[in-house]
Write a protein that binds this ligand. Structure first.
Ligand code: PSV
Ligand code: MN
Length: 426
């Protein structure tokens, strides 16, 4: 579905209201001496990958309630991401989970991607499920398994993911391990770490030099007593063991309640080891809710640390791979992704407005209230018109969700793909 004419019509119709809001924020920021053009450019450059598994209805272990019109194959998933990108101009790549999405004809797929102005972001291995044709089970682990043959199978799977990625010009392998234990005594912690590290080292050696391995951590689920990689410290230790092309991946939902994620992010960037980000919203754990929907202030504080480190020439952290990692039970997945991207961009744009020099001064002088109020003032600033302007200038819609709804896109997808179509994934 190519909708550039509709976007133009929509923007013309909404111009007056947009200009009103944009002029307001422009004047406000001019008073503060902020270069609005620079902020708009940074918003435009901020691209967030969409995972191929977020395009269908997620469901829980209790049930799944598909809303209809889900993409039935990888081509349709690409078409969906292409549509999102037309609307917001900020979702220019797609991440693949292997084997949920095995690219059968890479050349054809690449030309399909090009048609939609997209690229492949990361390839993600999956050793958290057994596949029908799989010889050995991952019930008791994969890269950390006590059995060498099972570890070998998991290593080979990761290497196969790299090969798929190479054929599609990806340069990132993301590894998330479900390995762990459910009961005390089940697993020898030190040996499990070492087996994991040794397995990862083999995969790392199979990666081309310009690739990055992202190592994701998660405190619990599917294992509930221990996870082999439960926290950023363990991911970091594995990266140190592997080499400079291994980086920690932070998934916002992979923290225990009240964890100071912004501090983790700052630490990792200080060490040059933050490689990627999985955006989602979390109330209790890995809830995969809409990004920014539950704790917007914390989300802003996280972005504040990211923006601070990204603007500091003394920080030697490679560019980050940004991705949404969510899965939806109650919302239209495409609407949710549009909403997530909007929340990410408005929050990022706020972080760009923080006066770093003033904040540093307040911190230096131990002006507790001054520093806090400086952040709160920016948090309370409505930057939606800045994001809308950035999107408009890039050719996207002033109100992506409004346009999606008024074009009745979900209804059209249901007509095309049927009410009962189901996307692969969780
Ligand atoms: C695990 O909970 C995770 O966050 C990993 O990133 C997986 O790749 C993804 O979710 C699967 O849904
Ligand atoms: Mn994740």
């Amino acid at each position: 579905m190519f909708i550039s004419d509709k976007i133009q019509e929509h923007n013309e119709k909404n111009t007056a209201t947009h200009v009103f809001h944009f002029q307001h924020i422009s004047a406000l920021l001019a008073q503060k001496g902020i270069d609005i053009q620079d902020v708009i450019k940074k918003i435009q450059n901020f691209q967030i990958a969409i995972p191929s598994w977020a395009l269908g209805t997620g469901g829980t272990r209790f049930g799944r309630f598909p809303g209809g019109g889900e993409p039935r194959n990888l081509e349709e998933k690409i078409a969906d991401v292409g549509l999102l990108h037309q609307l917001n101009r900020s979702s220019n790549s797609i991440s693949l989970h292997i084997p949920w999405d095995i690219p059968k004809d890479p050349a054809a797929l690449k030309s399909h991607l090009r048609e939609h102005g997209l690229t492949i972001d990361s390839v993600n291995s999956n050793t958290f499920q057994d596949q029908p044709d799989q010889l050995l089970s991952y019930k008791f682990g994969s890269l950390s398994h006590t059995d060498a043959a099972t570890r070998r199978q998991a290593i080979e799977h990761n290497i196969a993911c790299i090969e798929h990625g190479k054929a599609l010009d990806s340069r990132v392998l993301t590894v998330w391990l479900a390995d762990g234990s459910n009961f005390p005594g089940q697993q020898h912690f030190r040996r499990a770490w070492q087996r994991t590290a040794d397995s990862l080292a083999e995969i790392y050696r199979a990666m081309p030099d310009d690739w990055t391995m992202l190592i994701e951590y998660k405190p619990y689920e599917p294992n509930f007593y221990s996870m082999v990689i439960p926290d950023w410290g363990t991911s970091y230790s594995l990266c140190q063991f592997l080499g400079k092309n291994a980086q920690v991946l932070v998934d916002l939902g992979h923290h225990l309640p009240n964890t100071n994620i912004e501090q983790i992010v700052a630490r990792l960037m200080h060490f040059g080891r933050l490689g990627g980000f999985h955006f989602n919203g979390s109330m209790y754990g890995d809830d995969d809710l809409t990004t920014g929907s539950i704790k917007p202030y914390q989300f802003f504080l996280i972005f504040n640390e990211l923006a601070d480190a990204m603007s500091d020439p003394a920080v030697n952290n490679p560019p980050l791979a940004w991705m949404i990692d969510a899965s939806h039970n109650s919302k239209d997945p495409l609407e949710d992704l549009l909403q997530s991207v909007q929340n990410i961009l408005t929050t990022y744009s706020k972080a760009l407005l923080v006066d770093r020099a003033l904040l540093a001064e307040a911190q230096h002088n131990n002006d507790v209230l001054g520093a806090e109020e400086l952040l709160r003032d920016i948090f309370a600033t409505d930057t939606r018109a800045l994001v809308a302007e950035a999107t408009r200038r890039a050719g996207g819609a002033l109100d992506p969700i409004g346009l999606y709804r008024s074009l009745k896109i979900r209804e059209k997808l249901i007509e095309q793909r049927g009410k009962k179509s189901t996307a692969t994934g969780l």
